[in-house]
Design a protein around this ligand. Structure first.
Ligand code: ADE
Length: 252
């Protein structure tokens, strides 16, 4: 190839790179929470960074990058930062399962986040409200209103209006399986659901000003029965969240 043709080809490749839309990042904590999403990705490319695998490609008209964060707040914060800094994601959807914190919720109901809070942050000895992290003025990290509205429409489409709820989701590095503990979290934070990643994703999203919504299907009641319901319902409820995420992408 002549030098001018090589330069032209390089220029076109560069333009294509520069004009490529920023991807929507879709994250689940466990395999069950993303595996049904992976076959929907066209032109799938796999990138490994640290201990995480990122799947890039398109779903429908959207550029996406999908990953399994692993369980817990550190895993969630690491992957969220990589998605924003390395992949330039401009929207974040976290999808998966959760325990019910509100008594009215049953397994297979869906909670779309209005806000996230970290129920295990405790600086109360210094006068902070429970859940309020040092350096912040609010313990709640709010979901993006537009993503929240679209997620609610998608959830309503998939599970019906009576099973789709919008509310606060509380996060901590603990699987909650105790009636008193879940009651405390529900009361203190007005939480509808408990899980182990969303609050960390939300703090990072807030710090980088990236819009986020968390979609959680209830897999257990976070009480003494949690360890029985959870394995039984883990896959079906995770599939629910994936279906809602796909329905959401069609509306974005
Ligand atoms: N994810 C699903 N169920 C949960 C529970 N009970 N506590 C924390 N995370 C969960």
């Amino acid at each position: 190839m002549s030098l001018s043709k090589t330069l032209l080809a390089a220029g076109l490749a560069c333009t294509a790179f520069l004009t490529q839309a920023a991807p929507i990042a879709i994250v689940g904590a466990m395999d069950a929470e993303i595996e049904n999403l992976l076959p929907h990705i066209n032109d799938k490319k796999t990138v490994v960074i640290g201990q995480h695998i990122y799947y890039q490609g398109q779903i429908g008209d959207h550029e996406v990058v999908v990953t399994r964060s692993g369980v817990g707040k550190v895993n969630a914060a690491v992957t969220t930062t990589v998605l924003i800094r390395e992949f330039k994601a401009d929207k974040l959807i976290f999808t998966g399962i959760a325990g019910a914190a509100a008594a009215k919720l049953e397994p297979t109901d869906v909670v779309v986040s209005t806000a996230l809070v970290q129920h295990d942050v405790d600086l109360t000895v210094f006068g902070n409200a429970p859940g309020l992290m040092d350096g912040f003025t609010d313990r709640l990290f709010y979901a993006d209103k537009e993503l929240q509205a679209i997620a609610m429409q998608a959830a309503t489409q998939v599970v019906g209006a009576n099973k789709a709820h919008a509310g606060i989701i509380a996060t901590g590095d603990q699987f909650i399986a105790d009636k008193q503990q879940v009651a405390r979290i529900s009361k203190e934070f007005d939480a509808m659901a408990v899980e182990m990643e969303g609050g960390a994703v939300a703090q990072v999203a807030f710090m980088y000003k990236i819009p986020l919504v968390v979609i959680r299907t209830i897999s257990d009641k976070a009480d003494g029965s949690a360890h029985m319901d959870y394995p039984k319902l883990k896959q079906v409820t995770a599939d629910n969240s994936v279906a809602i995420t796909l329905a959401m992408l069609e509306k974005l």
